[in-house]
Design a protein around this ligand. Structure first.
Ligand code: PEP
Length: 250
């Protein structure tokens, strides 16, 4: 089967004021046209900047996404943002179930599945995040935990056009630590097997991103692992030069 088209996505988290539009514009301006023909590039700024970023990047090869959505389209949910609202601003993707949402907002797999379905309803691609904690890895429970999160978070009928999976070991996020390439290969192979079990042939087409301390210096090694179809980048996505350096691993 053909290899899925790679996706390099930047998660800005709760960083960025209006002046940070310059980072998104620098990614747009610095992205090599040949590279843009081979891979998808996405920036996910905070919700406050999604509209302005989408407007600034309109017509370019760089797409814009959100970092979370509420499951409902609208209603009495003070402070929340729906998938329809992000789509209305020009977003094409949204992250759901990031480990920081799972940890600080107590999001369950069922919550995340509902958010992924909301993204689909609004025409957004959901990037569903899964990953084990350090304690879970040390207890030898990585495959069980990741498999369980995937089973619970992935909606039925997911397709490559509406769903991306991101494997992000919690202990590798923002720590400078990364799993070995063998460990990444093992988890991505498990995810691929589960996707094919749930979705049949379509499961071979979904992109599985690796995330957790990806930098320009380790991107080529991590992106070269079997079943790694791109990267979800946190800290290094805040600097256009570093983010483009990671994309250049392709
Ligand atoms: C993330 O939080 O999605 C992430 C991968 O962060 P970092 O690249 O900073 O480890």
């Amino acid at each position: 089967t053909e290899r899925p088209r790679p996706l390099v996505a930047g998660n800005w988290k709760m960083n960025g004021l209006q002046a940070s539009l310059a980072v998104a514009e620098a990614v747009r301006d610095g992205l090599d046209a040949g590279l843009a023909a081979r891979i998808d590039v996405l920036v996910c700024p905070p919700a406050t900047l999604v509209g302005a970023t989408a407007a600034a990047l309109k017509g370019s090869a760089v797409q814009v996404g959100g970092q979370d959505v509420h499951a409902e389209a609208n209603g009495a949910y003070t402070g929340n943002v729906s998938a329809e609202m992000l789509a209305d601003l020009g977003a094409r993707y949204t992250i759901v179930g990031h480990s920081e949402r799972r940890a600080y907002h107590h999001e369950s797999d069922a919550d995340i599945r509902a958010k992924a379905l909301a993204a689909r309803r609004a025409g957004l691609v959901a990037i569903i995040c899964v990953g084990e904690t350090r304690e879970e890895r040390e207890a030898g429970r990585t495959l069980e935990v990741v498999g369980g999160q995937l089973a619970g978070s992935l909606p039925d009928g997911a397709t490559a056009a509406d769903t991306v999976i991101a494997y992000e070991p919690v202990w590798a996020i923002g720590t400078g630590l990364t799993p070995t390439v063998d460990d990444v290969a093992q988890v991505h192979a498990l995810i691929r097997k589960e996707l094919e079990g749930r979705l049949g042939a379509e499961g071979a087409k979904l992109r599985i991103l690796y995330g957790g301390s990806v930098k320009p210096s380790n991107a080529a090694e991590l992106m070269g692992v079997a079943n790694v179809d791109g990267a979800l980048v946190g800290g290094a996505s805040l600097k256009a030069e570093d983010f483009l350096g990671i994309a250049a691993a392709y």
